[in-house]
Design a protein around this ligand. Structure first.
Ligand SMILES: [Cu+2]
Length: 153
């Protein structure tokens, strides 16, 4: 690669970073681990799982989530009632200070419906988590096969 092309690339990257930083709201003192989606065929609704870690001194309240790849992203909780499992909508999810909350099969999850593009295992789906204090966190969720039990560590 010539020096000029290298410079052009560097400038393009810098511009991109500056533009996205300006468009993004403040981020909370938190991070997300093990973000993944269990892929299902036939454009069925899929569930997103992750561990949200609150690194801050105050409770963080997850208020909503959205993705450019799905029309709707809802916060759900699975409940095992007798032999069958039901899902209920959750208004918000509190992550205590210096603690984490796991979104995992059988419990809390993000319910993603109506994919806007064909989604396959191996894809990344960006999801923006919005918190009650106005901060947002954008996380890439890895799309894993239907029989997966989560990302390998
Ligand atoms: Cu659900």
């Amino acid at each position: 690669m010539t020096a000029l092309r290298q410079l052009a690339r560097t400038l393009a990257c810098t511009g991109l970073i500056a533009a996205s930083a300006a468009a993004t709201a403040a981020t909370p003192d938190a991070h997300v681990e093990h973000a993944w989606i269990r892929w299902l065929p036939a454009n069925l609704p899929v569930a997103g799982y992750a561990t949200i870690v609150n690194d801050g001194d105050g409770t963080l309240r997850l208020a909503s989530a959205s993705s450019p790849d799905y029309t709707s992203v809802m916060l759900h909780r699975s409940r095992l009632a007798q032999s069958d499992s039901t899902m209920v909508m959750v208004e918000h999810l509190d992550i205590p200070a210096h603690a984490n909350v796991k979104l995992a099969p059988g419990g809390y999850h993000l319910m993603l419906t109506h994919a806007r593009r064909p989604i396959r295992p191996g894809d990344k789906v960006p999801i923006t988590l919005s918190f009650a204090d106005g901060t947002t966190l954008q996380v890439d969720f890895s799309v894993l096969p239907a029989n997966s039990s989560g990302p390998a560590d």
